[in-house]
Design a protein around this ligand. Sequence first.
Ligand SMILES: NC(=O)c1ccc[n+]([C@@H]2O[C@H](COP(=O)([O-])OP(=O)(O)OC[C@H]3O[C@@H](n4cnc5c(N)ncnc54)[C@H](O)[C@@H]3O)[C@@H](O)[C@H]2O)c1
Ligand SMILES: [Zn+2]
Length: 378
Amino acid sequence: MLGLQVHTHARQQKYEIRIGRGLLTSVGANARRGFGSQAQRVVLVSNRKVFEIYGPTVIRSIEASGFTVWPWLIGDGERHKSMRTVEGILRLLAENRLDRNDGVIALGGGVVGDVAGFVAATYLRGISVIQIPTTLLAQIDSAVGGKTGVNLPAGKNLVGAFHQPRAVIIDIETLATLPSRELVAGWCESVKQGAVASRKLFKQTTQFLARVKAGDAFICSQLEDLIAAHCAFKASIVAADEREDGSRSDRRSRRILNFGHTIAHALEVVTAYRRFRHGEAVGYGVLVAAELSKHLGLLPSPELELLRHSVRLCGPLPLAGDLDAAEIAAAIARDKKSNRGQVQWVLLRRIGRPLIVDGKEISARLLQKTLRTVLGLR
Ligand SMILES: NC(=O)c1ccc[n+]([C@@H]2O[C@H](COP(=O)([O-])OP(=O)(O)OC[C@H]3O[C@@H](n4cnc5c(N)ncnc54)[C@H](O)[C@@H]3O)[C@@H](O)[C@H]2O)c1
Ligand SMILES: [Zn+2]
């Protein structure tokens, strides 16, 4: 098992990320440490699919540590990341009189984590939360960093709060039951993260993907190492820019994590969120942003080739050839990350050297040409 200490700047708190196998049996002990000796009540937020597989183990462990636990299962899928879902959980907390000493535990992917985190951030103006991410995306990305929130009909993640967890427990064995598309999506996010982090993390990620592809069975300890390296990177970015300061555009600002996301969000919008898993759209987004970086004279060709190779190793992406370049470009222009009329792009000078620019450098012609090439548009 690996352990990482994460220091959060804003409140001078620290918390632990535990990464290993079979950790679900020790959730109770971690909850006792994370919530403190005064805590008595816990609400465990999950969904049916995840709870059926892992819920009983987690509940047993929590109860064995002296807590009373109420499970609450939310619907599966992004559309349940809503205020309605949040209200249901808040009512459960209030009806069972959870107080400031008590806590919330999230067992599931990013949807469960974002919802449960937001409930914990707002109930009694904030109680403790422990994240147990069970998707690859949540393990390397969403469970670390303290961003919580839900969607509104007008758009994704429009309501939220920054609320750091008391602990993150990553049991890599939960990935064994993850559908393969969810794994592909997570791998695409890991390539994105490696590309903006450093040559070392990028290489570690790509080498691991190559071994997975070759069917190497002895990879558990390497997977622990890889996830730990991703968490450490994400935590380091968050520690230096916890609230994503919009005025920052340096290469360690939290905004660099949006590499590939300008395109990804547009692809999700033009397909009404039905075709791509978010991470799959990020896979295409990474390719487009890298190609643009090369066209603008930033990224050398061999590095573009390395990125293409890594994205290919992630697995198959849904076809995108029938989409319309002008429609994608229009969706980019409307992106919520738009800032004073300028689209924010994260480009690459090199692997590990991100650059935040406004959209001026990228002409409509160049964008549409690149989209056509990368997505195979007709
Ligand atoms: N807070 C952040 O910083 C942050 C960062 C990135 C993404 N997100 C959010 O995360 C969400 C996406 O998260 P996600 O990709 O984990 O999707 P998800 O939570 O919808 O999970 C994907 C699917 O996998 C299933 N599942 C989860 N764990 C499983 C397991 N171990 N075995 C079998 N099935 C399992 C889920 O039930 C679901 O059907 C989005 O809402 C996104 O906005 C948040
Ligand atoms: Zn993402």
